[in-house]
Design a protein around this ligand. Structure first.
Ligand code: FMN
Length: 407
């Protein structure tokens, strides 16, 4: 029997049925008013039947004034709770765990969605992104307190709706990650400066979430191993933040890396040797495991059973899969049945570098696959880059050509 089939008991006492986690993928299947659509139920039923022990939802926003992308789902009050319950019910069939990922984009909200954005400090993006993303306004102290309370409120609502856990998005350059980064966070009050101060926002969110959901409910965070950006969060500081969360009782840390400006999470800007090897952040997990006891999930680059088992052997407790499960929703069931499936994830290109970048091809192509499954169709791993681009344009119009997100 593969080691991936073993269950995992979390610090809160809940049990995850196996070691495979579906990492968050923003589905962009919210209704125009940002409620969960019926397509999410269809998509998550498919995944809940696919053997994966733990599904993390795509990021759900805690504030409808701050969206990361068109089609985001928002959970800030109980107006759409019945729709969230239907989604949770579909996603937790067959004993599958489904945890809601909660997020605030901070300055990573494109201009066509937000003319003003907020961040710990008024630090803009470099030239490559400055056209599409506004220079943010620094948050005031009462606004910071309000945002912390929002994460707690959304977590309580997720529990009420029937999700079996929550994950705080602390990675990929969004707001929590902006606070952790010495580059983005230049504050001189208790929210910036020392690591203790930069970590205060994420830790306060954890406390608010824990207060809202109680001690027996899984709470996770996705964190960068590093930002891969000059002046960003370092590996040393990242381990220390994980230790602080471990001491507070977090149930699972999912390890990723990068930001919109340095998208390491999908293997871009990584050394070719790292990209080709499975587990982009494995070296970090091996090092972090020396001092940390908290359950750790490693995500990014896994494509085979051997690679995933290797990660467990090297110190990870779970392995996260994203793109593979967008085109092979039953990949985990095949792994658990000992079939040794191969991931069909491949490098995508229209042949025109500029078009690939502007259209965020590696995101929109996978979104198209999620939309297909949400509509009850089979995913189409052979879908050409140009046809996915055209279908994105027909779904979202000219916005397809405006910079969206790196991940
Ligand atoms: C279409 C798409 C949407 C994504 N949305 C999110 C998200 O909402 N939250 C998040 O933490 N990561 C998001 N990611 C990143 C994935 O969770 C994962 O970290 C990354 O794709 C690397 O894993 P993989 O090599 O198995 O794809 C997204 C990735 C893709 C392809």
């Amino acid at each position: 029997m593969t080691s991936l089939a073993q269950s995992l008991t979390l610090p809160c006492g809940q049990v995850v049925p196996n070691r495979i986690l579906k990492s968050a993928m923003s589905e962009c299947l919210g209704t125009p008013k940002h409620a969960p659509s019926a397509g999410l139920e269809v998509l998550y039923s498919r995944w809940a039947a696919g053997g994966t022990g733990l599904l993390i939802t795509g990021n759900v926003m805690v504030d409808r004034r701050a969206l990361g992308e068109p089609g985001n789902v928002v959970l800030e009050d109980d107006r759409d709770l019945a729709w969230f319950s239907r989604w949770a019910q579909a996603a937790t069939a067959n004993g599958t765990q489904c945890w809601m990922q909660l997020n605030h984009p901070g300055k990573q909200s494109p201009k066509f969605l937000s003319s003003t954005t907020v961040s710990p400090s008024a630090v803009g993006f470099g030239p490559a992104m400055a056209k599409a993303f506004a220079v943010p306004r620094a948050l005031t102290e009462p606004e910071i307190e309000d945002l912390i309370a929002r994460f707690g409120r959304s977590a309580g609502l997720a529990k009420r709706a029937g999700f079996t856990g929550v994950q705080i998005h602390g990675a990929h350059g969004y707001l929590v990650s902006q606070f952790l980064s010495p580059h983005h966070n230049r504050r001189e009050d208790r929210w910036g400066g020392s690591l203790e101060n930069r970590a205060r926002f994420g830790l306060a969110i954890y406390d608010a979430v824990r207060d809202a959901v109680g001690p027996g409910f899984p709470v996770s965070i996705k964190l960068n191993s590093a930002d891969f950006q000059r002046g960003g969060l370092s590996e040393e500081d990242s381990v220390l933040v994980m230790e602080m969360l471990q001491d507070r009782g977090i149930d699972l840390v999912e390890v990723s890396g990068g930001t919109y400006e340095a998208p390491a999470m999908t293997g871009q800007r990584q050394r070719a040797s790292t990209r080709e090897r499975e587990g982009y952040f494995m070296d970090f997990v091996v090092r972090a495991r020396k001092t940390l006891t908290v359950p750790m999930c490693i995500t990014g680059g896994f494509r085979s059973c051997a690679g995933m088992e290797g990660a467990l052997g090297d110190g990870a407790d779970m392995v996260g899969l994203a793109r593979t499960l967008a085109i092979q929703p039953s990949f985990s069931a095949q792994v658990l049945a000992g079939e040794d499936p191969k991931s069909l994830v491949r490098r995508l290109s229209t042949g025109l570098k500029g078009v690939d970048r502007i259209a965020a091809l590696d995101v929109t192509w996978y979104e198209a696959q999620l939309a297909r499954m949400g509509a009850g169709k089979e995913p189409a791993p052979d879908l050409g880059a140009w046809s996915s681009l055209l279908s994105t344009v027909s779904r979202t119009g000219i916005q397809a050509f405006k910079m969206r997100r790196a991940k």
